[in-house]
Design a protein around this ligand. Structure first.
Ligand code: GDP
Ligand code: IMO
Ligand code: MG
Length: 416
């Protein structure tokens, strides 16, 4: 069995989209397994930037089937507009190469409204969500109040489900959030229309993927968000509402956990975070500002400035542990070029503050380098220190946003 899970090793936005796009030619299927349109995965091909929120990042390549698994929550409108976007750019010529799980849950208008009203009312306690309705949708899934894609595409069932669920949601919206309730028709008609348009993509994706595995096909799983945002393993309550870690690839797609072979953690050579919550190595100074500027650290979904700081090995060690990482993709090393000194948090002291090790920087432009040997000495020292501290190989080194600005040291699909 040849499978690889790509998972964010920090707080998201590590560059998962770029890595998935890079590895897609080695795979037959690319599968998103959790999260929803809260993700923003950037792929840059010949200077043309595409940001995908919901569609798998494999969709920009031919000869691969892109799958949205059952663990994902789908905003039909976003899905349709993204399909239009990629088709307008000449991708996805063959519609049969895109599949949506019948069991994936649907993000409804009341989920987005509840997300927004709660954030607005939370004051200093706000999570800083993307307001895409993700949390409220997963809540309904677990509460058995959800509407799935298989429900949405069947008019009778959709009507029954919405009639059963909407009064409960409206009660909460009116009584607790003090907001005008939804009328049945303002949701039913447009959603039914979207459901009709999406119907041809909806099928039993778990079966499709298991049949594929049986016939020796290769699967690339695309995580969204990051390990430190995982609902169990992240900085709770400042987390997202899904299982972002690698085990989510199994439950979120319907393959057995024993089907997972390689797990590549994607990590920036420094750290960023969007939204509220702890961030021990955050830099609220000019170095943080410099990283934000050079790294263009602004949210791909909300445009918010990302908080920036030094690399935190404690975060990555935990990430290795809870994901079972077998390798790393080290991203944005180019952004550190020009810094005199680079710090890495190697542990936390008794007071919980990070303890740093300091490295000398480098000045040479590394963005066009095609092998680790050609890197300046100080950059090699930095990379080797990360590898040895974590006891993990850097399998891919990324030195720029472009598809080609990468060094493939070891393709995870080639590991026996
Ligand atoms: P994702 O959510 O994990 O897919 O990451 P995002 O797309 O939200 O954020 C990563 C950002 O960094 C995007 O703007 C990428 O184009 C960019 N990027 C990815 N890899 C590199 C790299 O190696 N160097 C630089 N300078 N930018 C990169
Ligand atoms: P990608 O896949 C970075 C953050 C939000 C907020 C918290 C909860 O592009 O790496 P949510 O809307 O999920 O309820 O918000 O999670 N968050 C992300 N941060 N990258 C993401 O996705 C994120 N998706 C959610 O900023 O702090
Ligand atoms: Mg992102």
């Amino acid at each position: 069995m040849s499978t690889t899970v790509i998972v964010g090793a920090q707080w998201g936005d590590e560059g998962k989209g770029k890595i998935v796009d890079l590895l897609t030619p080695s795979a037959d299927f690319v599968v998103r397994y959790q999260g929803g349109a809260n993700a923003g995965h950037t792929i840059v091909v010949n200077g043309c930037k595409t940001v995908l929120h919901l569609l798998p990042s494999g969709i920009l390549r031919e000869n691969v089937t892109s799958v949205i698994g059952n663990g994902v929550v789908i905003d039909p409108e976003v899905c349709l507009s993204e399909l239009e976007l990629v088709k307008s750019k000449g991708y996805l010529k063959d519609s049969s190469r895109f599949v949506i799980s019948a069991y994936a849950h649907v993000v409804m208008p009341y989920h987005k409204l509840i997300d927004k009203l709660r954030e607005e009312g939370a004051g200093d306690n706000k999570i800083g969500t993307t307001i895409r309705g993700i949390g409220p949708c997963y809540e309904d899934k677990v509460a058995r109040l959800g509407i799935r894609m298989c429900d949405l595409v069947d008019e009778k069932i959709f009507r029954e489900r919405l009639l059963a669920v909407l009064p409960q949601k409206n009660l909460y919206i009116e009584r607790v959030l003090d907001h005008k309730p939804f009328a049945f028709d303002e949701i039913f008609a447009p959603y039914l229309k979207s459901g009709r348009e999406l119907k041809k993509y909806v099928s039993d994706s778990a079966k499709l993927l298991n049949n594929a595995l049986e016939s020796g096909k290769k699967i690339l799983f695309e995580g969204a968000q990051g390990t430190a945002l995982d609902v169990d393993h992240g900085t709770y309550p400042f987390v997202t509402s899904s299982t972002t870690v690698a085990s989510g690839a199994a439950s979120g797609s319907g393959v057995g956990p024993n089907a997972i072979r390689q797990v590549v953690g994607v990590a920036k050579a420094y750290t960023t975070r969007v939204g509220s919550g702890p961030f021990p190595t955050e830099l609220n100074d000019e170095t943080g500002e410099l990283l934000r500027k050079k790294g263009v650290e602004f949210g791909a979904t909300t445009g918010r400035p990302r908080r920036c700081g030094w690399l935190d090995l404690e975060v990555l060690k935990r990430s290795k542990m809870v994901n079972g990482l077998t390798g790393l993709a080290l991203m944005k090393l180019d952004v550190l070029t020009g810094l005199k000194k680079i710090k890495v948090a190697v542990e936390y002291n008794n007071a919980g503050a990070p303890v740093y090790k300091e490295f000398d920087g480098w000045k040479e432009d590394i963005s066009k380098i095609d092998s680790v040997e050609k890197l300046p000495n100080n950059a090699v020292k930095y990379l080797k220190f990360i590898e040895s501290s974590l006891n993990l190989p850097v399998m891919i080194l990324s030195l720029g946003p472009e598809r080609g600005s990468s060094v493939m040291i070891k393709n995870p699909f080639s590991v026996k």
